[in-house]
Design a protein around this ligand. Structure first.
Ligand code: FVH
Length: 268
């Protein structure tokens, strides 16, 4: 089992390092060659070109900035990829993944798409989840070595599924971070240190709210009673933000979102 990792940014380096530490023969390539030095020191084989990197590989992992970069890296070696498994963990849409899977299939390549639900420092820990979709056979063949990255979850043979779930989860993360930064800024206007506010109040509060999510799952409509209560709170957050000089453009749209989800009033 020989693996190649194309793309050694923060994430690609973490993925390749996990392979090497698991004792898997690993070849690495990066556009800017110096990023392969640390991995070569750990025992990875450093390839000068993408073609060299792909030549001996059974599994080719690509982890670069976006799908334009994926195409740029892979198009020139399309023929060489034939008969191999391509695992793409680059961020993209479900449509991007489906198009790349078609391209792979046209070149005799088995395609698996991946969504990494972890930061580079989390790679190698069992609590780090990596979502997969695409060729079931290829995933099953590589599931054990891929366990070096974290816990794999295969979502189905539609290659777009991993990207769809990845983007959905990232959307939840961005929303949470944006709300948390807004909260920190509000408290900061009265001199509350961000670190203290975050550790003492924000993190415990968000933890407790996460526990409410299963009760809300599948039910986003809001009763008129609840809508009135939530609307008062949101209005007060918006007006306090404005008064304290914190931009309210994140919170303000939540009021119209709340109104849009109000249950129709019961008719007599
Ligand atoms: N880092 C993270 O926390 C997230 C976690 C979830 C998954 N993402 C996705 O992983 C992809 C790579 O992200 P990254 O963190 O490794 O990003 P960078 O450190 O900025 O490295 C980018 C690599 O992409 C290479 N690259 C960019 N354009 C091209 C191109 N046209 N041709 C070839 N390679 C290209 C770049 O090469 P270089 O600049 O070093 O020469 C880096 O290797 C990404 O999809 C995240 O969303 C990470």
């Amino acid at each position: 089992m020989t693996m190649t990792v194309l793309g050694l940014g923060a994430m690609g380096q973490a993925l390749a390092t996990a392979f090497v530490k698991a004792g898997l023969p690993t070849t690495v390539w990066n556009r800017s060659a110096h990023k392969a030095e640390a991995l070569a020191g750990l025992g990875a084989v450093r390839a000068e070109t993408v073609a060299d990197a792909v030549r001996e590989a059974d599994l080719v992992v690509v982890c670069v900035l976006d799908y334009a970069a994926v195409r740029e890296v892979l198009e020139p070696v399309a023929e060489q990829l034939s008969g191999r498994v391509l695992l793409n963990v680059t961020n993209g849409t479900a449509a991007d993944a489906r198009r790349l899977a078609e391209w792979a299939s046209a070149h005799g390549v088995s395609y698996v798409d991946g969504g990494i639900m972890a930061i580079p420092q989390g790679i190698g820990r069992p609590e780090s989840v990596i979502l997969y979709s695409g060729s079931r056979e290829a995933f099953d063949r590589w599931a054990v070595p891929l366990g070096a990255w974290g816990t794999g979850k295969f979502l189905g043979t539609d290659p777009g599924l991993a990207a769809l779930h990845d983007l959905a989860l990232l959307g939840a993360m961005y929303g949470m971070f944006a709300g948390a930064f807004h909260a920190t800024a509000m408290a900061g206007t009265e001199g509350v240190p961000a670190e203290r506010f975050t550790e003492d109040l924000l993190v415990p509060w968000l933890h407790s709210m996460v526990d409410v999510l299963p009760m809300l799952a599948g039910n986003t409509s809001v009763s008129e009673e609840r809508r009135l209560v939530e609307r008062v709170a949101l209005t007060n957050i918006v007006s306090t933000s404005a008064a304290q000089g914190v931009p309210e453009h994140l919170i303000a749209p939540l009021r119209s979102l709340l109104d849009a989800h109000a249950e129709p009033a019961a008719t007599a």
